[in-house]
Each structure stands twice: as C-alpha cells, then as structure tokens.
Design a protein around this ligand. Sequence first.
Ligand code: NAD
Ligand code: IPM
Ligand code: MN
Length: 391
Amino acid sequence: TKRYTITLLPGDGIGPEVISVAKDVLIVAGSQEGIEFRFQEMPVGGAALDLTGVPLPDETLSMAKQSDAILLGAIGGYFQFSIFNFHFQLMYKWDNNEKHLKPETGLLQLRAGLGVFANLRPASVFPQLVDSSTLKKEVAEGVDLIVVRELTGGIYFGKPRGFTTNEKGEEIGFNTEVYATYEIDRIARVAFETARKRRGKLCSVDKANVLEASMLWRKRVTTMASEYPDIELSHMYVDNAAMQLIRNPKQFDTIVTNNIFGDILSDEASMITGSIGMLPSASLGETGPGLFEPIHGSAPDIAGQIEVYCVPCDAYLDKANPLATVLSVVMLLKYGLREENAAKRIENAVMDTLTRGFRTGDIYSTGKVHTVVQSVIHLKLFNFWNIYALG
Ligand code: NAD
Ligand code: IPM
Ligand code: MN
C-alpha cells in the first residue's frame, strides 16, 4: 500500500463541516486504490487565534510543509452581536483585530510560507446543474474555463502598506500593487502550460491602461508568447473581462491574472456554474506540497446550521455544500499526488450524486427531481451517496 500524509486545516465556520465530508471521501477512495492516508489536523485562522493567539502557528506551517498535501476548509469570522454606544451591531468575530491578528492573515501567511504562487481555479458547468445557474441555459451550458490566479504577490503583499495620516491630519490607509518580472514570468509560464493542456487559448487579464504593474505584466506575457506559438494569446482589461464573463463565458478557456483580479473574477465565474459551493482550487509552487481549498469562505450565514437528519446515513447534514472541497480533493489527488485513479473515482461519485438529483440548497433548482420538501431530505443525502457511489 502507498502511504501519504495529509495536513487537514479545517479552519472556521463551514470549514470543519466540508472538511469532514472531504476526509471521508478521501478515505473511501484511497482504500479502493490501495492508498492509506495519515491525517494530521492543525489549527489555522480564527480557530488558531482562539487556541494559540496567532492565526498561523509555526507548528501548523512546519507540519504542513512536511506533509504530502494540504487540504484547507475556510477561515474567517462568524456573526456576533456586540454592544456599541447602546445599540446592537452585527459583526464578524475577529474582524476588529489588528491586521496581523486576523484569520485572513493566517491564510495569506500560509500561502506565502508554502510558496504556492500559482492558484488554479477551474469553473466548469456540470450538465446536471445548468438550471442552477442564474444565467440563461444557452449562456451557461458547456462553460469550461480556468482562472490561473497569481497568489503570493500583487497588492495583497506589496509594500509600502499601512495606515498613516495625510497633511490635513486625516487617517489614510494605503496598499501597493507590485509585480517583479520573475513573479510575472513564473505565473505566465504556468498559464501557457495550462492552456496547452486544454484548448490552447489564453486570455491575460490586466489593467494596463492605468496601472504600471499591469503594463509590465502585459509586456512580460507578450514576450513569453513567442515561446508558445501554438497558444492563441489575447489581452483584456479587467473591467471588460468582468462583463464578458457574464455576456459570453464560453469565449474563455484559460485566464491568467493577478492576485486581486483573480480573487474577484473567480467568485464571479463560480456563479456561472450554479454556486460558489462548487468551485475547488489548487495552489502550487515550484517545490513542496500543494495547498488545496474551495474558493469560498467560512459562510457565517449558514455555518453550524443543520438542514436535515439523514435516516440511511444516521447523520445530521449541514447546509453547506461540500462539493467544492470534495472537488479540491480531486485536484489534490491529480496535481498533488498524481493518483489519477482515486481522483477519477471521486469525480465519478460527484457526477453520480448530481445525476441522482441530490442537492444542497445553493444548487437546488425547482421542478428538477423532487418537490422542495422531499428535495431537502433527499438532496441532503450527500454524505451517504458520495460514499455509496464510490463503491
Ligand atoms: P463566503 O464565501 O464565506 O460566503 C458568500 C456567500 O456564499 C454566503 O451567502 C454563503 O452562505 C455562500 N456560500 C459559501 N460557501 C458555500 C457553500 N459551500 N455552500 C453553500 N453556500 C455557500 O464569503 P463572505 O461571506 O464574503 O466571507 C465570510 C468570511 O469568509 C470572511 O471572514 C472572509 O474573509 C472569509 N473568506 C475566507 C476564504 C477562504 O478561507 N479561502 C474565502 C473567502 C472569504
Ligand atoms: C480567497 C479569499 C482570500 C483571498 C481571503 C480570505 C484572504 O477571498 O481565498 O479567495 O482574498 O485570497
Ligand atoms: Mn476570494
């Protein structure tokens, strides 16, 4: 038997809920392919703040680095009532923390610490879910694109940054969008290679009409294109790209873009597919283990909410859609461990689950398979069917 060590970082909110499903799926698929997984669960984000006082403990990063792959749920605050000036205010826990003590900072430190600069975020429309998209059937049907997002640079990490005061004594906050040629070149290379394995079309998204960092980005991507004569390269401004994604998403194959544009455009792309609860991601570096996570956050509005008790699986099932994380496991097996067969099994199980009509609320569409009440019960058999279908 082959053995792998997987670092599980459940995090906050729905993170632990989706990780528990993904872990079950990994165990089952592994056992059928003669693979044994050893899991080490470590705190990150708000969970780590409560436990250790920092959002990314040193042990979490070092254990992660020593493992074969890392699977993360989500991080970020949950709703809390606080009393300020005699009125109630709804806010997220940890949101008033200083920058270095925010859950999000832990995730950014993890990505930087692992050096995973290339974030692959595929968005494809499952035929079974065409009706779950808010877009017209003919627009959404058959969409199959991937956003290659630069993950360890840009405005997220650029310096100078911080708070200060201006000449009028007003408080100002400032950030800097910075890209060095080596950072652009390495992500561009991943993007060209990705496009080559797909349909050979690459669209580089930037704001080169305004931003210097984007001007350099466009120049370097254009230069590299000469090494890839088989790839059809185009450039698009990010504002137009946001519009084109909704107008005609099928025009896109591979999109390469910076950290912040990639964050925003991948959330937008998720809605073409039906739900952000469906989109997985893989973050890879030059060496070391990859980081795999759904693109969604901790979903405080549905975290901890049980939708139904499932009789055949004898379990309470959550509102959160675990498929983005389950599909992240597929990416973990494919890109992280090169275990194609186990990946295929899980992919098939997801397809089967959707074909049978089992749906969480975010991807439920009326008139599909069941009445609403039945669907709530049946569609939430996710855990059960995922395990069952794997057999
Ligand atoms: P979010 O992605 O958590 O939620 C946005 C909306 O999508 C919510 O209505 C939520 O219920 C829904 N949703 C998300 N995942 C779902 C799933 N699996 N199934 C069903 N519905 C789902 O974004 P937000 O509300 O803007 O942010 C909440 C917190 O999460 C913040 O603290 C934010 O910083 C953090 N965040 C973390 C990550 C991450 O861990 N990678 C990503 C995004 C946001
Ligand atoms: C994501 C999230 C993160 C990001 C936040 C939580 C730091 O939105 O993974 O998409 O902006 O990268
Ligand atoms: Mn995001």
